[in-house]
Write a protein that binds this ligand. Structure first.
Ligand code: AP5
Length: 214
């Protein structure tokens, strides 16, 4: 699998990418998780990213392109990859095309998860995230097996700082302005596959798997 999973904030990209990547035995490359880890470790990248993330804005393209180049050149990505949260702008998509051409690994599919904005706001307000392994839960739709703790690694779950209602609205606006143009970009390349992201997590996974094999 060499694919991108895109969609608005809270569409379920992280939830689905984890299952799909595990099933296909390829790395899930989630740029949001990479940035949050850098922020927790207090690295220069983390300090740069923090101010953008807290406001719901995008980290500059050149920073993100550098991260992806380094990650996709690693040995485990030779077997394939699932990108979650990258690309988010047309310049990022163009840089990805150039990199994958150099590596001889063209994209097979771009899966677009479609979820209406009112559902997104409900999902993000109830989200709890594992700071250790990155897994997302929802207090009503997908509660953790032990209250407040990750079912995968046991760490204490947290609420993301960018899930505050005012930040969610600005993330949605950034998505409309900067990321939605990618639909046209990938449609023109014939790789875009739109998938309905509403329904139970397993139902959405089944739709995504079917779209990958189309
Ligand atoms: P990032 O972490 O990528 O955030 P995002 O794209 O806004 O997406 P989310 O992680 O919020 O949502 P998701 O779609 O993964 O949904 P989830 O599965 O968690 O990026 C964060 C920030 O980093 C950006 O704002 C930016 O600043 C920076 N950044 C990252 N990449 C960048 C890039 N390439 N360029 C520039 N800046 C970048 O699900 C959400 C909730 O819904 C959960 O509670 C979940 O349990 C629940 N849920 C999932 N599926 C369902 C379902 N089917 N039904 C009901 N509930 C569900």
């Amino acid at each position: 699998m060499r694919a991108v999973l895109m969609g608005p904030p809270g569409a379920g990209k992280g939830t689905q990418a984890q299952v799909l990547a595990q099933g296909a035995q390829v790395p899930q490359v989630a740029t949001g998780d990479i940035l949050r880890r850098a922020r927790e470790e207090g690295t220069p990248l983390g300090r740069t990213a923090q101010s953008y993330m807290d406001k719901g804005e995008l980290v500059p393209d050149e920073v993100m392109i550098g991260i992806i180049e380094e990650r996709l050149r690693q040995e485990d990505a030779k077997a394939g990859f699932l990108l979650d949260g990258f690309p988010r702008t047309v310049p990022q998509a163009e840089a990805l095309d150039r990199l994958l051409q150099q590596l001889g690994m063209p994209l097979e599919a771009v899966l677009l998860l479609e979820v209406p904005e009112d559902a997104i706001v409900r999902r993000l307000s109830g989200r709890r995230t594992c700071p250790s392994c990155g897994r997302s839960y929802h207090i009503e739709n997908d509660p953790p097996p032990v209250d407040g703790h990750c079912g995968t690694c046991g760490a204490e779950l947290v609420t993301r700082t960018d899930d505050r209602p005012e930040t969610v609205l600005s993330r949605l606006e950034v998505y409309r302005r900067s990321t939605e143009p990618l639909k046209t970009y990938y449609q023109a390349k014939g790789v875009l596959r739109a998938v309905d992201g509403v329904g139970k997590v397993e139902e959405v996974t089944a739709r995504l798997r079917a779209a990958l094999h189309d």
